[in-house]
Every structure is written in structure tokens, then in C-alpha cells.
Design a protein around this ligand. Structure first.
Ligand SMILES: Cc1cc2nc3c(=O)[nH]c(=O)nc-3n(C[C@H](O)[C@H](O)[C@H](O)COP(=O)(O)O)c2cc1C
Length: 172
């Protein structure tokens, strides 16, 4: 698929087929795209936590109570280690959140290429999630995504509500 078409047609999926898991080879390709993401000073301060077992899914699902989320056959949690990420010497800015956003975006675009649905989620209960995955002191999570195939009969909304370029572009 052409890259610009992919970007245009990707959309958040909120309707998953719980019975259709993703083949390991496909998952590998998607996660590998994340592995290749850039990070500040190439620190790669991340771990990909792929939740696929029914037991662990049952622990993760209550962290985000939307009914459609309960049906996703996989949930990906990007865990960052803020003690390993790059820190700007001038002001102490830590690049961890930027690094993790880039990884997630790579993965979401790769999933689209594989016809696998995703939805960037930040409105989960962070306390519940931290406990469910036993997050350590130096570890952070900013976003999670379901990974799965759309339910039968799912139709893309194809309703990109975006500001026109001329409203957001300034050439100086
Ligand atoms: C940082 C971030 C956080 C988001 N959090 C949620 C969320 O908690 N739940 C949800 O359903 N969608 C969430 N979304 C998805 C956005 O609502 C969605 O990307 C936006 O409305 C544009 O729609 P599209 O992804 O279909 O193009 C989030 C997206 C981003 C980038």
C-alpha cells in the first residue's frame, strides 16, 4: 500500500473480533517496525508487553472499561524505562514520552499495513494498569493499544476530521 494512502485510511478501530487472534508472523512484523523506531541518542528505552493469554487479558481489561476493548484478542503495552532514556543536559528534559510515542506510532502504522486494527488508548486507569503489570519505580506507560481484526461487517468510518493544512501551516 502506498504510504500516503495508508496514513489517510488508518483509523482507530473500536470493534474487534474476539475469536480472531493474530498470527505470530504478522505480530512479529508489526512489532519489528516498532523495534526499528528512532529514539533520542538511540537509547531504545522500551519493552513491548504483548498481552495475549486469557488470564492476563482478564487482568488488563478492567483497566479500560469500554465494551469494545473487552473483545480485543491482544493488548500491547509499551513500557518505558525513564532511567535509560536520554536526558537533555541543559534543562533535564527526559525524552521518554517522545520516544514511546514514536514507537507506538510506528507500530500502529505497521498494523494498518497488515490490516490489523489498533486504537491508541490513554484513558485507562493508570493505577490499575501499573498494578496489573507490576510496573517498577523507574518504569512508565503512556499508551496502550488493542491489536486485532475488525468484527465481521465492520465498515471503516472514513471520516477524517482534520484541520485543513492551510490552518496549521506557517511558512516563515
Ligand atoms: C494520545 C492519544 C490518546 C488517545 N486516547 C484514546 C482513548 O483513551 N480512547 C479512545 O477510544 N481513543 C483514544 N485515542 C484515539 C483518538 O480519539 C483518535 O486517534 C482521534 O479521534 C482521531 O481519529 P482516528 O485515529 O480514527 O484518525 C487517542 C489518541 C491519541 C493520539
Amino acid at each position: 500500500m502506498d504510504f500516503y494512502d495508508l496514513v489517510k485510511h488508518r483509523e482507530s478501530v473500536r470493534d474487534y473480533d474476539p475469536a480472531r487472534t493474530i498470527d505470530g508472523v504478522v505480530l512479529n512484523r508489526i512489532l519489528n517496525a516498532g523495534r526499528l523506531a528512532p529514539s533520542a541518542s538511540n537509547r531504545q528505552p522500551w519493552t513491548f508487553l504483548l498481552v495475549s493469554s486469557p488470564e492476563k487479558l482478564a487482568e488488563i481489561r478492567p483497566c479500560y472499561r469500554q465494551p469494545w476493548f473487552q473483545n480485543a484478542p491482544h493488548v500491547l503495552i509499551i513500557v518505558g524505562d525513564k532511567s535509560r532514556s536520554w536526558v537533555r543536559s541543559y534543562d533535564g528534559y527526559n525524552s521518554i514520552e517522545t520516544d514511546l510515542a514514536i514507537v507506538m506510532d510506528h507500530i500502529i502504522l505497521a498494523a494498518e499495513y497488515e490490516n490489523v486494527g489498533t486504537c491508541w488508548i490513554e484513558a485507562y486507569d493508570p493505577t490499575m494498569l501499573s498494578e496489573a503489570i507490576s510496573l517498577k519505580e523507574n518504569e512508565v506507560v503512556y499508551s496502550i493499544t488493542p491489536l486485532g481484526y475488525q468484527n465481521k461487517g465492520y465498515k471503516k468510518l472514513a471520516n477524517k476530521q482534520r484541520k485543513p493544512l492551510e490552518d496549521i501551516l506557517k511558512i516563515i
